[in-house]
Design a protein around this ligand. Sequence first.
Ligand code: UGA
Length: 414
Amino acid sequence: MRISIIGSGYVGLIIGACLAKLGNKVILIDLDEKKIDAINSGVSTLYEEGLDELLSRTHVEASSDYQKIMNSKIVFLCVGTHSDKDNSISLEYLIQATEQVSRVLRDKKDYYVVTIKSTVAPGTTEGRIIPILQRWGRKVGKDFGVCMSPEFLREGKAVYDFMHPDRVVIGEYDSKSGDVLYSLFQNFNAPILRTNLRTAEMVKLASNAFLANKVSFINEIGNICKRLGIDTHEVAKGMGFDNRIGGKYLEAGIGFGGSCLPKDLKMLIAKAKQIGYEPKILEEVSNLNEKQALKPVELLKKYVSIKNATIGILGLAFKPGTDDVRGSRAIEIVEVLLGEGATIKAYDPLAMENFRKLYPYIKYVSKEEVLNCDAILIITEWEEFNGLDYTGKIVIDGRRIIKAEEARIYERVC
Ligand code: UGA
């Protein structure tokens, strides 16, 4: 099938490469010429397991010319969204991209389906996107179709997740629109939910809110366990054997970061409030997560006077397996430590370059050098941190690095 993808960010690039591998003819549209050149030379613009190999072996064409979407059967809108000041979502880029698609496709003779992949609040596709697509006299349901099909890719595992989805959700304007998307996904070994547009939008937000909820829940249990001298990990293990609960997303620690869980949770809270509902559970999930980030600093103060101390940080990425520092807990922690007068030495196997763009003035060193600091904070659970010698050190562990328990002073957040 001929497919266009607008936006070669995280979601766009992954699904573009994967759909090309499955035999589709894919064209990626982006405004960033550097990204376009890289993709056209078969090089990935972001770190993601398996992506480099995929791009070097499959042909994905990238361009800034919207005219190239003319022959596509499906146009995926994968443009990034960001939080506004009130935590609702800014649709600025999505709307600009939709306007371009609408303008170019006004002369298209055959039927096509525009599909939203970007995470948006319920009602957005119907209320904001479809009116733009109809602006030039074209009629949805007649000249073209519309779907909203959320993505559930985890960073670091996105290629695998795309190829082996737990489910595919197709929100459709009408069955004719949904049939086109269904034909693209029908051979995936996964249940396919066909539903309406706003339900699909809500499935995405509710899924991320539920994962966030699970993490904050186990952190709350962990905070109680810590006071009682109980190992939270063992408790989570005991809970996870119950199929109704499941063992995943029960790793207690400094909470969830990244560009999705925190933002999507806030988006859902903002939407609920906008329609007059007070989402108390969701708000508490978010509040607890914010407090959890600073727990390592509280614990650190038991052992070290932060002013003038040199604090070592192991891990800057928001989770292992990625170089992404967006929403990383390391940001909140570094901010407070710098504010209180500490010198910081940090190490991460992948994310130092990205962190340096935010904090050029802290010292980026080897992991061995981090160990020579007055105290060490573990922020990301990279497996290689289990290979270090912590003997004689002061370590506050925000995740769970077993080897670090050998330190002279060792405390886990929960
Ligand atoms: C998340 C969802 O897992 C994906 O399904 C979704 O597609 C994606 O957001 C998105 O909306 O695009 P991702 O942001 O890659 O994926 O991150 P996760 O792997 O879910 O981890 C999020 C955060 O939770 C990380 O900071 C991680 O360290 C933390 N976490 C996760 C815990 O603290 N404990 C856990 O048990 C699990």
